[in-house]
Design a protein around this ligand. Sequence first.
Ligand code: NAP
Length: 248
Amino acid sequence: MTGGSRGIGRGIAEVFARAGARVLIAARDEAALAATAGHLRSAGGRVEHVAVDVSRPEGCARMAEVAVERLGGIDVLCANAGIFPEKPLAEMTEADLDLVLGVNLKGTVFAVTACLDALAASGRGRVVVTSSITGPITGFPGWSHYGASKAAQLGFVRTAAIELAPRRITVNAVLPGNVVTEGLTDLGEEYIAGMAAAIPLGRLGSVADIGNAALFLATEEAGYITGQTLVVDGGQVLPESLEALSTT
Ligand code: NAP
């Protein structure tokens, strides 16, 4: 899985490892990967790591090669690595756009293409892409390039699902709302409480909430679902206005 060293990716890796999967986590920072793999192994999982940049095709090719070598194949690819640097539209440069699309969109496509043959060889290949509510459903100032990349992932998912169906590979996406990760906890309790107030279920998501959704899409029981999106946001996108929340 890509982006497995921290945040949502680490949460997905933990859910899969606890369910008995052999997991390869990939990201750029070797030390962070080693620490996370060690933590997950201490919880009883079989976890390997590899340091690669998913925005480069050769990085994704290396990840696929290591997965096959060390774990014996690939049944599930979680394409989760993503970045979200803020940049107002008026200041956005071509480099800003290339950076975000390079990791979030191209990184997703490269990860899938690199793992294709191994996923097909598994006979029950699954791809689970981490998109977001931001872009496909909502918007947030400073994140126009990020939102575009997350919506673009869904366009990719829908056509990839058709193209890969004959090889018995399903391709789906989870769309997290606001999830508590290491980065968010730095913003403080008051800020987080303010965010939670806008969510009907009254709390932010946990990384395990996203991991559980990804695991569902990887199960035998979800084998007839492809090209779909699963919003995991505590109802965050539902209220038409603040009024809708204040009356509950
Ligand atoms: P995070 O905590 O910043 O983790 C991002 C992960 O991706 C890290 O493991 C990072 O490791 C890796 N990564 C970044 N650039 C990479 C690259 N070029 N090559 C390989 N790995 C790379 O972020 P997060 O909040 O968990 O977000 C994970 C995914 O969830 C993203 O796709 C994001 O769009 C989506 N999402 C997050 C939220 C949220 O509330 N947190 C909400 C909706 C969607 P290195 O930096 O070491 O490479």
